[in-house]
Structures are given as C-alpha cells and as structure tokens.
Design a protein around this ligand. Sequence first.
Ligand code: ASP
Length: 331
Amino acid sequence: MGEGCALGVVLLALGGTISVPGGARGARLSGAEITAAVPGLTDLRVPLEVRDVQAVPSGSLTFAQVLDVVDVASRAVAEGADGVVVTQGTDTLEETAFLADLVWPHEAPFVLTGAMRQPAMAGADGPANVLAAVRVAAAREARGAGALVVLGDEVHAARWVRKTHSTSPAAFSSPDTGPLGHVVEGRVRLLLAAPRHEPLAAGCDRERLEASRVALHVVTLDDDGAQLQGLEATHAGLVVAGFGVGHVPDVLVPRLGTLAEHMPVVLTSRTGSGSVLRHTYKAPGSETDLLRRGLIDGGFLDPYKSRVLLRLLLASGAGRDHIAKAFAVRG
Ligand code: ASP
C-alpha cells in the first residue's frame, strides 16, 4: 500500500533512446506513446499515471532538473502512489539514480529505466524495461530499497550500478555486488538488500547548488597536473580518480595537498570497481600519502558517484569534517 490512498504507479517520462522514434520522425515519443507500446502492461492491473517531464537527452540533464523530478515523484507518493518509474536516457542513469537515492525519503520505490535500442530497432529493449520497472515500482518486495535501476530484467541498487558498455543491451551492471535481484516470470525477486542511510536534504539551496561546482580529474600516465592549475578559483570541490587503489604520480602530490587545504578533495579509483585503500602503500603519491595531506577517502564510491555526493553535500552547506564523515558512511 502507498503512504496515502494507493494510486498505483506514477511514470515520469524524460528523454533518451527509449523516446527516440528513429527514421524520419523527429519528435520524441511521449510517455503515453512509450507505455502504449508495452505488451502486457495493462494486464498487470497496476493503475499507471503517465506524466511527461523533460524530453531531453540524459547528457543534458542538470542536478536541479533531477532534484525537481524527485520533488514531483515525492509529491506523487505523498498523494498515494505505491511507487514511481522514471524513464530517461541511459548515459547519465548511474549518476541521476544515485542523486535520487541520496535524497529519496520514502519507502515507496523510485525506479529508473531506459533503453539501449531505439523503439523502431529490432530487439528494442524499452518495452520490456518499462514493464519490469513498473512491476518493481509496484512490488511490496522493493519497498524501502530506495532508488533502483531496472534494465534487462535485473534490479540494481542506484548505489552500485554502472553503465559499463556503450551499446550492449546488457550495458548495466553492478561490478562490486552484482544485481540486487531479478524479475523472473513477472515476479520481483530481490536476493540482496543495499544498505540505506538517512536521506540528505533534497531542498538544498539552488543558488548554492549552482555555485557548488565539483571537478573530476582522472589521473593518467605521465600526468603533470596542468589541468589542476587554478581550480581553487573555479570549483568548490574535486574528485580525483586515481590509479588502482588510489595512487597518483608523485609530482601531483604538492598540488593536491594545496587544493585539499582550500576545498574537499575526494580520492577514488579510476578502475571501475573495488575500493581505494587507506594505509597499505607509503610512497609519495600513495593513498597513505594523499590521505595524510587531507584528501578524503572515497571508499567503494566510484568517481562519478563521489562527484554526485560531494556536490550535494557542498550544496547543503556541509563543511569538510561533515563531508569526510558522509564519505566514511557511504563510501
Ligand atoms: N544518449 C542517450 C541518452 O542518454 C542514450 C540513451 O538513452 O541510451 O539520452
């Protein structure tokens, strides 16, 4: 049952491949057109209210727009919806899902889905993804699980999911954990539970959000750190995607140390899975060296998700200690 009078599922349609008709037709498909093409959706007997929100490619979404979508979804749940589905492009899904997860305060599931193949293509995956997403949004089993990403009949935690392939219909995976569960013969089977934390304030000051620019620097072979020059003047925070367990070339260390005196600098791994270490290596540029100079341990959070968390914390006015604690809990 929902938190008020149960109204079923509310589907909020953004843009992305799932809405790209292909061929000569230019205009994006509306949410109603997307859902009308889903075989078996009406057989679910889940009341579905479809609303069009922002018909943009997911690469053009902003934090503010995503937080607005979360607000709309939140109101729908407060009015009685059992769950929410958001359809959007897959390119930024791993970030938008985590952003929503960080602020989602409800037991009702917030489910995101999309498609890797356009609706007119052979083997289009959008319809099956929408069907599975609605099932999950309406499922008692998914209550309390926060934001979930459903594609290919897999249910992933927003906290862990990554887009790990540019074209494959099986592009989404959770390298550190695997999926939380599956949709099997229409049944939602959750095999694992992702840890949940107190939601962060969604109503962060929008002006401060705009001002809370967080840079991401991916460390590379023979990196001289030129890209890090002047960052204090333009950004409020930095995520470093280091080598392996969180290492950088030794020549970058003084610069990163100086930056860490001016802004929160979070250390993550560029590898795509696993955590950074804290005290195994001691050489200049090692994780021990960097953390000693004030960088914050990103734990298992990948660079993209770390950037989302850091920006939201900065936008809520959090200082360095609060930010370090938040990464210790969520990283
Ligand atoms: N470029 C598209 C987007 O993210 C890709 C997709 O939907 O899969 O909007």
